[in-house]
Design a protein around this ligand. Structure first.
Ligand code: DUC
Ligand code: ZN
Ligand code: ZN
Length: 489
């Protein structure tokens, strides 16, 4: 199988040039000017960008959560992702509390195998990690699961106490793996929820009222402090606000191996959405909640200044009918999550690049290269280079659409609303190549369930090095977190 992409403008996190790309089977084998080569198919990308396929490291397909299950399957969700220009997802397998993490992984393999349109990996959601289970962590990383997610929210369901967090982080740091953290103080949040309900406040907007930014900042601070002492790289998921961002900046400044992501919903939607009439605000009951609008400029600033390293979607879709409706009379029963897997690349290109917040290279870095590096997928994924997987998007910067549940070109997700309804975008995925196979051909899906493969990820590969142990001959002079000496005047 061979494919030649001609005349495109190739943009990676660091490059921007005109050339042709030759693909043999699943791999990029030649990049050059005016290539003359026999190929099974030639794509003319004249006037269009050719960018690395998007890497979305935060999705939830077929996730049992909040008394129901996310509405996209591995088949429907990855197909929608492909339409939007994403060629790799990292989804979350879940450990049942008290059971083996390896059993959880097996369950998720069964859900996904043979179903996906694009490649996928798994993180492991850890719900408990007693000492006797610690050896499972090395086995998970041997299986290509090199990151974990822990929750500081949802007491009694997902919440891990600080001892569990510390134990997991210490081992992850030793193994060269990464801990992702849902950083919100769920114990205090539950008190606020009880009080709101006792006062008769049942509407969706109380989801936001009961999850103040300070409690996200507190969780972020605590996660970063524990990671600092455990000497473990940490990744704050779905960071939504300035208060939490400041904690990330402070930790990075003192040398903590800290990464953070934000998502399109926090950059483009705000707390006013909860005022939509009737029960419509339930569409935006996602966690953390939407914030006051002024936070958006701060998040863009964080993305520009490299305090934030990734834009993921946290795609966690629940239909309004029968799913969100569970919470009609009690906001705390609305399943937490919203859709977005399909629309990320267009939204961030239009509102980020066209909007003047980030440049084109940074767009690629935030949506593909950055997550590929952090999550051990680079350089197979996340760039355009000889030897990399042929995961490519031909992106038409002139194509305009209005994102809508009713627009068959912008909505393939299995959910009965679109969180970005009515958003106009100029910049749209035209053609998608996934490991050398065309899966979206001029906006038409031409792939099959099972085109995608499970990707065994390598160790943490982000900005920081705590794993080049071979190069270190002396033990560290001080214990991490023992304080910084004052700066010389
Ligand atoms: N956290 C997530 O990452 N996704 C959905 C809900 C949540 O709390
Ligand atoms: Zn979360
Ligand atoms: Zn999530």
């Amino acid at each position: 199988m061979s494919l030649l992409i001609k005349n495109g403008r190739i943009v990676t996190a660091v490059d921007d040039y005109q050339a042709d790309i030759y693909i043999h089977d699943s791999t990029i084998t030649v990049i050059g000017k005016n290539l003359v080569m026999e190929a099974g198919r030639v794509i003319d990308a004249k006037g269009k960008l050719v960018i690395p396929g998007g890497v979305d490291p935060h999705t939830h397909l077929e996730l049992p959560f909040g008394g129901t299950t996310t509405s996209d399957t591995f088949e429907t969700g990855t197909r929608a992702a492909a339409h939007g220009g994403t060629t790799t997802i990292v989804d979350f397998a879940v450990q049942t509390r008290g059971a083996s993490t390896l059993e959880g992984l097996e369950t998720w393999h069964q859900k996904a195998a043979g179903k996906t349109a694009i490649d996928y990996g798994f993180h492991m959601i850890v719900t408990d990690m007693p000492d006797h289970r610690i050896p499972e962590m090395r086995r998970l990383s041997d299986e290509g699961v090199t990151s974990y997610k822990l929750f500081m929210a949802y007491p009694g369901v997902m919440l891990s106490d600080d001892a569990t967090i510390f134990r997991t982080m210490r081992k992850a740091g030793e193994d060269g793996t990464l801990v992702c953290m849902h950083a919100e103080n769920g114990i205090v949040i539950d008190e606020l929820v009880k009080t709101a309900l006792a006062q008769g406040h049942t509407a969706p907007k109380y989801h936001a009222v009961t999850r103040p930014t300070r409690l996200e900042a507190e969780g972020t601070h605590r996660a970063l402090a524990i990671a600092e002492v455990a000497q473990c790289p940490v990744y704050i998921v779905h960071l939504s606000c300035y208060d939490a961002l400041q904690e990330v900046r402070a930790a990075q400044a003192r040398g903590v191996m800290a990464h953070a992501e934000t998502c399109p919903q926090y950059l483009l939607l705000d707390v006013k959405a909860y005022d939509e009439p009737g029960f419509e605000g339930a569409k935006y009951v996602l966690t953390p909640p939407l914030r006051e609008k002024w936070n958006q400029d701060e998040l863009w600033r964080g993305l520009r200044g490299n305090a934030l390293h990734v834009i993921s979607t946290d795609h966690c879709p629940f239909c309004m009918r029968e799913q969100k409706e569970q919470g009609k009379d009690d906001f705390s029963k609305i399943p937490n999550g919203g859709p977005g897997i399909e629309n990320r690349m267009s939204l961030i290109y239009h509102y980020g690049v066209r909007g003047g917040h980030i440049n084109l290279n940074r767009f690629v870095e935030l949506t593909s290269t950055g997550p590929a590096k952090i999550f051990g997928l680079f350089p197979k994924k996340g760039t355009i280079a000889v030897g990399s997987d042929a995961d490519l998007v031909v992106f038409d910067t002139e194509h305009e659409e209005t994102i809508s549940y009713y627009n068959p070109r912008t909505h393939h997700m299995n959910i009965d609303y679109n969180a970005f309804e009515g958003f106009k975008v100029k910049g749209f995925t035209d053609t998608v190549v996934s490991r050398g196979k065309i899966v979206i051909d001029r906006m038409e899906y031409v792939g099959r369930p099972g085109d995608g493969r499970f990707i065994k990820r390598g160790p943490y590969g982000g900005l920081y090095s705590n794993q080049d142990a071979g190069a270190v001959t002396e033990p560290p002079a001080s214990v991490a977190g023992s304080g910084s000496p004052p700066r010389a005047a």
